[in-house]
Design a protein around this ligand. Structure first.
Ligand code: ZN
Length: 239
């Protein structure tokens, strides 16, 4: 099975469309949360992922937009965008976001936004954090998001290491691994191109990819919808 791993689309429809086009034919789409928040098109992004039968989990922005939960934890610009999204989304869309599970097991993978210790808020950046998540998972592998930085952690039991990522080079998941595909809609690793990964569950490999998209078009939409200007500006730098 070929799976497109996506996370942190953040209402960036132009980036999502570019990623889906670049990914080509896939058997499944798994989304590790933060489908909404920050960007200009939360309803259209949600509709497109639902139309493609994406397997989704909840992120902190999804819950805040759906129910207001956790809004006090957001910085000013993020909170401003979430409040706007709350007003733009229909009651049905808010209910759909509120109903997203925090974790979900698919194939040999557990999906979550942050971590399995704290599905909504933990930022996994260190091997010890990845180890803690993989240790409590009941599947061999996990996929997460939240940091907006692509990462693979390999846990061989006694030692957890960070696996170097090279776009286009398949990485064998030959031990228990935590895979973060980076962010489609708001990358923060210094590369403005949309980040995602392709998982081959038969070969048990993951290959990271970037999709160039029309950043200026999303920036224009963000400004036109009256969202904070910094949310448009930061997309140029990828930070
Ligand atoms: Zn996010």
């Amino acid at each position: 099975m070929k799976v497109a791993l996506l996370s942190d689309v953040h209402a960036n429809l132009v980036a999502l469309e570019a990623v889906l086009a670049a990914a080509g034919t896939v058997d499944a789409i798994w989304v590790m949360g933060d489908t909404v928040g920050y960007g200009p098109d939360p309803s259209d992004v949600l509709a497109l992922l639902r139309e493609r039968d994406a397997v989704m989990v909840a992120g902190n922005h999804d819950l805040a937009a759906a129910t207001g939960e956790g809004l006090d934890m957001f910085n000013g610009h993020a909170a401003a965008a979430v409040k706007r999204h709350r007003s733009w989304l229909s009651a049905e869309e808010r209910d759909a976001l509120a109903a997203l599970p925090l974790t979900r097991e698919v194939d040999r993978f557990t999906l979550c936004h942050g971590s399995l210790r704290d599905p909504i808020w933990e930022y996994v950046v260190a091997p010890s954090q990845a180890h803690a998540t993989l240790r409590i998972a009941s599947t061999p592998h996990c996929c997460n998001g939240h940091t907006h930085v692509p990462a693979v952690f390999r846990d061989a039991g006694t030692r957890t290491t960070i696996v170097p990522i090279e776009v286009g080079r398949p990485i064998a998941l030959d031990a228990s691994c935590l895979v973060n595909p980076g962010s489609v809609g708001q990358p923060r690793d210094g590369d403005p191109d949309a980040s995602y990964a392709l998982l081959d569950t038969a070969a048990t490999t993951v290959t990271f990819a970037r999709a160039r998209y029309d950043v200026a078009k999303t920036q224009e939409r963000i400004r036109a919808r009256g969202l904070p200007a910094i949310l448009a500006d930061r997309l140029s730098s990828g930070f």
